[in-house]
Design a protein around this ligand. Structure first.
Ligand code: SAM
Length: 209
């Protein structure tokens, strides 16, 4: 799977189809973003969130894991010289990423929808080991109600999957409920911001063990 081909048009697609709604979802828990010191971003895309994070938190160090060379290039292009020392880029798959560092915040935005249940089952336990006890995890994704086939959102998500399947080669066809995997791996749901109309949900978790 590679997002290299669609990286140049990724922001245009996002703006046309969702306006500012995805960015609002990414930044809904502002206090937690402002107070974190070491942040791990999983699959950051074009760097929209990175830009917001660096603007509201002037102290945190940021580690990005993204398997797309082009996405990483775009992310680097939005980091100013003053911030360059506090952002570490890892152009690898999360499946092969390794580090000794622990983080007090992990952010995964519209990331787990790229993976099958089998992949998520392996990757969430691994990512959870990278989080400090009491550390926070913010996750945003689409709400994919498989039993609501009359809902227009159901068809929008199917179309998104068809597009990403053809352009990136992802193997997933549905958005798995992250809450299930989080709770299986020592994370407790603290807050949820859910806009059914926009079919997007952002959840804040804390690692309890
Ligand atoms: C659907 S995009 C989401 C981008 C961004 N987080 C957002 O909110 O729009 C998925 C991102 O994850 C990256 N990605 C996909 N598979 C990955 C993997 N196995 N390891 C690391 N990054 C991956 C892609 O390159 C892309 O930047």
């Amino acid at each position: 799977m590679s997002f290299d081909h669609i990286a140049p048009i990724y922001n245009i697609g996002e703006n046309v189809f969702f306006g500012n709604r995805l960015n609002l979802a990414r930044t809904v828990f502002t206090d937690e973003l402002m107070n974190s010191r070491s942040v791990l971003l999983l699959g950051e895309g074009r760097g929209k969130f990175l830009q917001e994070l660096l603007a509201i938190n002037h102290c945190c160090s940021v580690t990005i894991v993204d398997s797309s060379t082009r996405m990483i290039r775009y992310q680097k292009s939005i980091v100013t010289k003053a911030n360059f020392d506090r952002v570490n880029f890892h152009c690898v798959s999360i499946e092969t990423f390794s580090t000794n560092q622990k983080f007090d915040l992990i952010c995964s935005f519209f990331f787990w929808d790229c993976f099958t249940v089998q992949q998520i089952n392996k990757l969430v336990p691994f990512c959870s080991t990278l989080l400090l006890t009491k550390g926070l995890w913010i996750n945003s994704d689409f709400i994919d109600l498989m039993n609501h086939r009359n809902d227009t959102n159901y068809f929008k998500i199917r179309l998104l999957y068809l597009f990403f399947h053809l352009t990136t080669g992802i193997r997933a066809w549905r958005v798995e409920p992250f809450k299930f995997f989080a709770e299986e791996n020592g994370l407790r749901l603290l807050k949820i911001d859910e806009t059914k109309k926009n079919f997007i949900s952002t959840e804040l978790y804390q690692k309890i063990i």
